[in-house]
Write a protein of this length. Structure first.
Ligand code: C2E
Ligand code: CA
Ligand code: CA
Length: 568
């Protein structure tokens, strides 16, 4: 089969040209060619058309082969170039090769031409493959292959360039981070090709329905980032809403529809960061905040940022407070509704801050949870609570003590040995200890968490689900996890007297708990009316301000001594 070949033949003598053409046709090429002999024509042909090969005579009137080669170089064309000449001497030919000609063939030895061409065509194709591959590698170094959007590295460079311009021109800039929720779950249930299609659809929707960003990147699997720069102010409220609205409609992934939830975080230049790194980091922190507060979007704020200098100082102080016993525990009783007797107390931590007074857990727990400080903090709480339990036990008060754990605690394999040490050192009856874990804590699918829970249970300690109903409730996990107690969140309890929906929810939780053989504590009981309704509904236990606010150990001891049940 003939090999198609697009040949630019640079030759002034028609007879020589014909010899070359004849040789090539004989050698199995199907030619498409142009015959030229001036610099202008060469330039014209090379810029307007694509050529597989250039064969050039050495000397022509007003033009020569070396000049022809120079044009190729100038136009940055990698096309095999073969010099064919009768006049060129060996030396000139070697020079031509040095300047980049791929071969030279004497007019009297044209039989060499075809093998030379075949060899050069092979080589150029290898060179081009290699070049394409290098370009691909370079592309991958700076882009996400699925969406072809810039990757994080490229985005950072691009954004830094934009920010420099913004600073110069007095423009505002806003960096938005869009985090796709439950990406791993989506990944687990979709084919890779479908997942890629879905991501591209998300990108398309963002592109077509929102103002066009100055820069748009895929930072990692589940996060996208956009930079907007503008001379007019950039209303982030509106931006957050517009972007959120884009995800209201599901995405079609034939034949199913997929709902995508996103958490959107916004950071403003220069208030929230002076360079791309800081802005991106802070927009991501804001997105995490939006997620944890169940909001669609959030603007960055340093007080929510656990690594901001303010919080870093707070953590330092808290570390010292734990070491120096500056934490205190307040205790809140839990009663059995039917007999009014106390069954247990919950230990609630406070921080006795030297200048700010007694700080509630809301002021420092989140920061502790996001750092490793929650580990020593919990150790401190468990120790202090056990000591207190021993005192009460010695005074004949038969109650259990309930200790709050954070997700971090049950994801920490070290918790197991901490618990062993505690039970040995404090000499507390494990059946008189309950650990409270929030739903989100219990739902984390980590194997360590499950191990830890099972271990707690195997030691005889109780496990309570805290704030039940407040998170992403799922009755399903209660069937598989070693849970003894359900604490219904106070948002369902506080209006139970007047709100029929809340009453219905509580009824169904009670119903379920009964079937599953779990105890139920209603949290946040603030009035006698609430307690009455709970009694009628058959709720077993209650806790709340109506019964007692959390108290210091001393007043709590007095309170306990005056109640039935506790003395049993
Ligand atoms: P929680 O475990 O749900 O604790 C109950 C919270 O509700 C306590 O707030 C308590 O003072 C409050 N409360 C009790 N009864 C009522 C009521 O009738 N009405 C109202 N409005 N509130 C009531 P506190 O002490 O500020 O603790 C807040 C949260 O901090 C706790 O919520 C718990 O999640 C966490 N926490 C407290 N101590 C610890 C601890 O040692 N470790 C861990 N990981 N978390 C703790
Ligand atoms: Ca609790
Ligand atoms: Ca609670």
């Amino acid at each position: 089969m003939a090999t198609p070949l697009r040949l630019l033949l640079v030759e002034d003598a028609e007879i020589d040209a014909n010899l070359v053409l004849h040789e090539l046709e004989k050698g199995g090429f199907e030619l498409q060619y142009a015959l030229v002999s001036t610099e202008r024509d060469v330039r014209d042909q090379l810029t307007r058309f694509q050529w597989d090969l250039v064969i050039s005579d050495y000397s022509m009137p007003g033009f020569n082969g070396i000049q022809c080669l120079a044009i190729l170089h100038e136009l940055d064309l990698d096309i095999p170039f073969i010099l064919v000449s009768g006049t060129v001497g060996e030396e000139l030919a070697v020079d031509a090769m040095k300047t980049g000609a791929h071969d030279y063939v004497m007019k009297g030895r044209l039989h060499r031409l075809v093998p030379a061409i075949r060899r050069e065509l092979r080589e150029v194709s290898i060179r081009r493959d290699r070049k394409q591959f290098m370009e691909h590698l370079e592309f991958l170094a700076y882009h996400d292959p699925i969406t072809r959007l810039p990757n994080q590295q490229y985005f950072i460079e691009e954004v830094d360039t934009h920010l420099r311009k913004c600073a110069h021109a007095g423009k505002a800039a806003v960096l938005v981070s869009i985090e796709i929720e439950r990406f791993n779950e989506i990944r687990a249930i979709t084919q890779p090709a479908d997942l890629n299609a879905l991501i591209n659809r998300i990108i398309d929707r963002i592109r077509s329905h929102s103002r066009s960003p100055n820069s748009f990147a895929r930072i990692n699997d589940q996060s996208l980032a956009l930079l907007y720069a503008s001379t007019q102010g950039l209303p982030h409220e509106e931006m957050g809403k517009t972007l959120t609205a884009l995800f209201e409609e599901p995405f079609s992934l034939d034949p199913i529809l997929v709902h995508i939830d996103v958490a959107i975080g916004i950071a403003v230049f220069p208030e929230h960061g002076e360079d791309a790194h800081q802005l991106l980091r802070n927009a991501t922190i804001a997105a995490n905040l939006a997620r944890s507060k169940h909001r669609d979007y959030a603007l960055y704020s340093s007080k929510d940022d656990r690594t901001s200098p303010e919080n870093a100082a707070l953590l330092g102080e808290l570390r010292d407070a734990i070491r120096q016993d500056k934490l205190v525990l307040h205790y809140q009783p839990i009663i059995e509704i039917a007999g009014n007797g106390v069954t247990g107390v919950e230990a609630l931590v406070r921080w006795n801050h030297p200048t700010r007074g007694l700080l509630p857990p809301g002021m420092f727990l989140e920061a502790a949870e996001h750092s490793n400080l929650i580990i020593p903090l919990t150790r401190w709480v468990a120790n202090a609570a056990s000591q207190q339990w021993k005192k009460w036990h010695g005074a004949g008060l038969n109650i259990y003590i309930s200790i709050n754990l954070s997700i971090r605690n049950i994801q920490n394999p070290g918790f197991i040995s901490d618990l062993d040490t505690l039970l040995e050192d404090a000499d507390i009856n494990p059946h008189k200890m309950v650990f409270e874990i929030t739903e989100s804590g219990i739902m984390t699918d980590s194997e360590v968490a499950l191990e830890v829970l099972k271990y707690i249970h195997s030691k005889g300690c109780g496990i309570a689900i805290d704030d039940f109903g407040a998170g992403q409730s799922s009755f399903a996990y209660l069937k598989v996890l070693p849970v003894d107690i359900i604490k219904i969140d106070r948002m369902f309890i506080s209006n139970i007297v007047t709100d029929v929906h809340d009453a219905a929810i509580v009824t169904s939780i009670l119903d379920f708990a009964k079937r599953m053989n779990k105890k139920v504590i209603a949290e946040g009981v603030e009035t006698s009316g609430t307690l009455d309704v709970l009694r009628k509904l058959g709720c077993g236990f209650a806790q709340g301000y109506y019964i007692s606010k959390p108290l210091d150990p001393e007043p709590m001891t007095q309170w306990l001594k005056g109640r039935p049940g506790a003395n049993a």
